[in-house]
Design a protein around this ligand. Structure first.
Ligand code: IPM
Ligand code: MG
Length: 357
């Protein structure tokens, strides 16, 4: 297979972890006989510095002409000034919208060897295997917003909207996935208060009742979900929710496995390239030290191989290589629990050795 995979290393530790993921992709290409072209483009804070734009038009063009995109992380204190003209995050929101990436898949599955790295008790997280579907191009992130003068000073607003079709397409995708996994779907909303959630609940129920009568279905209010996620995480299978609730719940969920450094995510549209990235941020405090954990980004390449290139064996090989390296006891600092740790590139080397073994 020939494929173009655009790399967006980004800021902070982004370039270090994407470099390891690229070596893994090169190894997969060699081993399985594929040709991957991997152009690298500026995005995020580095692109603001160079072009005054977190997502320069040339980067967007290159992304549009690819089969898939691998992103490291964007942002950092240097670009955090809330009064700045633009911010790295704006580039992320724009690429999601421009590429129509409405479905953000965030799997939460702890590795058994690392159960003790979780802040929760082993008995609680054992058996947890959740796949979040977060709606990514609608809701309050993209609704009207603004400020106006007000006798108190100022008044600001950010509007949350969802349309029937925006809700139906993400619920449909999540329900399909539930059917192929544990057969259970949980839809999360705030229908006791928000009109937009009452539409969400109505549409979700219609989709499930009419098209997926065979799956187990439940609705949970978002505040209760925040609780259940840490009290009984192993009882969920596929969870679907809107943009902001999904942002918050997936950060909460990402703590269950003990380290953010192991969790990948995929953002998919109806067609066109998918975008793959680790769930963690740019970690400016450890950038350039060569100690960041590259595994989440390497696991994101596995998702990329599976979802955008339909290379299931290759994806499974990468995941198996990561699992063996962890099972053999190798740890980067974030998951070493104070014990011996290895560097970013040593971790990359070990995964590559496993792949070639
Ligand atoms: C995420 C991040 C982004 C979001 C930020 C960086 C804009 O938190 O991908 O979850 O809120 O969607
Ligand atoms: Mg977030």
């Amino acid at each position: 297979m020939e494929a173009r995979i655009t790399l967006l290393p980004g800021d902070g530790i982004g370039p270090e972890i994407v470099a390891e993921a690229k070596r893994v992709l090169d190894t997969v290409a060699d081993k399985f006989g594929h040709q991957f072209e991997t152009p690298s483009c500026p995005m995020g804070g580095n692109a603001i510095d160079e072009f005054g734009d977190p997502l320069p038009p040339q980067t967007l063009e290159t992304c549009k002409e690819s089969q898939a995109i691998l992103l490291g992380a964007v942002g950092g204190p240097k670009w955090d000034d809330p009064s700045a003209k633009t911010r790295p995050e704006a580039g992320l929101l724009k690429i999601r919208k421009e590429l129509g990436l409405f479905a953000n898949l965030r799997p939460i599955k702890p590795y058994s060897e690392l159960l003790d790295a979780s802040p929760l008790k082993r008995e609680i997280i054992e058996g947890t295997d959740i796949l979040f579907f977060r709606e990514l191009t609608g809701g309050i992130y993209f609704g009207d917003s603004g400020r106006m003068e007000h006798p108190d000073g100022e008044k600001a607003f950010s509007v949350m909207t969802y349309t029937t079709s925006e809700i139906a397409r993400i619920v449909r995708l999540a329900a399909e996935s539930a059917r192929n996994r544990g057969g259970k779907l949980t839809s999360v909303d705030k229908a006791n208060v928000l009109e937009v959630s009452r539409l969400w609940r109505q549409v979700a129920e219609d989709v499930v009742k009419n098209e997926f009568p065979d799956i187990e279905y439940e609705v949970v209010l978002v505040d209760a979900m925040a609780m259940h996620l840490i009290s009984r995480p192993s009882e969920f299978d596929v969870v679907v929710t809107g943009n902001m609730f999904g942002d918050i719940l997936t950060d909460e969920g990402s703590m269950l496995p003990g380290s953010l450094g192991l969790l990948p995510s995929a953002s998919l549209g109806e067609s066109g390239p998918g975008l793959y990235e680790p769930i963690h941020g740019s970690a400016p405090d450890i950038a350039g030290k060569g100690i960041a954990n590259p595994l989440a980004t390497i696991l994101a390449t596995a998702m990329l191989l599976r979802h955008s290139l339909s290379l299931e064996s290759e994806a499974a090989a990468v995941e198996a290589a990561v699992a063996s390296v962890l099972a053999a006891g190798h740890r980067t600092a974030d998951i070493a629990a104070g014990g011996d740790s290895i560097s970013t590139s040593e971790m990359g080397n070990l995964v590559i050795q496993e792949l070639l073994a």
